[in-house]
Design a protein around this ligand. Structure first.
Ligand code: XIL
Length: 391
């Protein structure tokens, strides 16, 4: 569809206020969607053309980004590609760099999709993030298996860990800015999770992973990443112990990542504020690495192949305006807190581009991000823009 001459799509932004232009673009985008042939959605790249870009509005040293799925990093989802290219200066891989994606069998590495993800970011001058080297999830069983169904011994497991890290972080040395070296090592009470890595190697598996990563790419930033660090003080204390232990041993660590899988009621802004203050006590920057705001009732995900109950899936046919506004307010408050700590925040990454892409749907209909299913900016986007521009 060609925009008519003089329509909002061809008018210069300089003749309108930024906000008015953004609103006009969003309104035009609605028309494009509903004007599709036979009522079918007609998504064209212009939908992604917000008048303002988050990457131009965040404080100078911040990175701001989104996790890409493979349709995006392969370039098939052109609307999302356009949106990501305009809005962000960093990307994370939703699944492409996980152990099971890269190293499905001993001695066999599969780098094609990961290479395309890295090229996506490099081609656009973005900071490319690596996620993740050592995790208890999305890791194939062989990694931990010893003879006769027992757990592998320490030496074997360390050797496998080292081979993986050396091969993967070594391959992308100089191209990946930083790695989530260890992901989710903690229980909710702040003790170390009893993962197969820990059972096989011992508590120092974390330190060894960071050492191997540093060896493989001496210039890469190295992060510890976990969730609920803003909502659970005990867990946060555990993260602080991990960081301080690495620091005391003289092992490189560059930032702590709070995943940022949040809900409308938690963390409260004051708790987020407190969490950042405490994490900053390590002297390291804090990164919000997987930001989304889950709007659905907890524990209502349907079993595979089953339909969700109506009460567990309240926004299946859209988000009521009051909830849309509550989400916008929550994001605004959160960004206000992040801005308060502007010098202590290194990066903010959303876990997905639009609501359609979010892992939080899982058989239901969730609305956790700044762009809706048609890739139109939501009220939350406008509110975040307002906060970042000092309104
Ligand atoms: C999720 C992905 O988004 C899903 O596509 C996948 O099925 C499961 O993993 N914490 C993490 C991420 O560190 O790697 C997870 O990503 C979300 C929770």
């Amino acid at each position: 569809m060609q925009p008519a001459k003089g329509s909002v799509l061809t008018r210069q932004p300089s003749t309108m206020s930024r906000r008015a232009f953004a609103a006009a673009i969003a309104a035009a985008a609605v028309r494009v969607v509903t004007d599709g042939p036979g009522g079918a959605p007609a998504l064209v790249p212009v939908l992604a053309a917000q008048a303002v870009a988050l990457k131009d509005l965040v404080p100078q040293r911040w990175l701001i980004g989104a996790a890409l799925n493979q349709n995006q990093s392969d370039g098939r989802d052109t609307v999302a590609v356009d949106l990501v290219t305009r809005q962000f200066n960093t990307i994370s891989p939703e699944n492409a760099l996980k152990f099971q994606s890269l190293h499905p069998e001993p001695g066999r590495f599969t780098f094609d999709a990961a290479d395309r993800y890295v090229a996506f970011g490099r081609d656009r001058g973005m900071a490319v993030i690596g996620h993740t080297l050592v995790w208890h999830s999305q890791t194939p069983r062989w990694v931990w298996d010893g003879p006769d169904g027992a757990l592998a011994d320490r030496a074997t497991m360390l050797a496998r860990m080292r081979t993986h890290i050396t091969t993967v972080a070594g391959r992308y040395a100089g191209r990946i800015r930083g790695w989530d070296v260890v992901n989710e090592a903690l229980n909710e009470d702040g003790t170390l999770r009893d993962s197969p890595w820990r059972r096989g190697i011992g508590d120092d598996y974390i330190a060894r992973a960071f050492e191997f990563a540093h060896e493989a790419d001496p210039n890469a930033e190295l992060y510890y990443n976990d969730y609920n660090l803003a909502t659970r003080p005990d867990k946060r204390a555990g993260a602080l112990r991990i960081v301080r232990d690495l620091q005391q041993r003289g092992i490189r660590i560059d930032a702590v990542g709070e995943q940022g899988h949040w809900r409308l009621d938690t963390p409260a802004p004051a708790d987020l504020d407190q969490a950042i203050t405490e994490l900053r006590g390590t002297g390291l920057p804090v990164m919000i690495t997987e930001l989304d705001v889950n709007l659905l009732p907890p524990a209502g995900a349907p079993a595979r192949g089953q339909a969700p109950s109506a009460e567990s899936n309240p926004y299946a046919s859209g988000l009521p305006d009051d909830v849309q506004q509550a989400l916008a307010r929550y994001y605004a408050e959160a960004f206000r807190v992040l801005l308060k700590h502007r010098d202590g925040i290194g990066r903010v990454t959303f876990w997905g581009v639009s609501d359609a892409d979010s892992w939080l749907n899982r058989g239901r209909v969730n609305h956790p991000l700044l762009w809706d299913r048609q890739r139109r900016p939501k009220a939350a986007f406008d509110r975040v823009v307002a906060v970042l521009t000092g309104k």
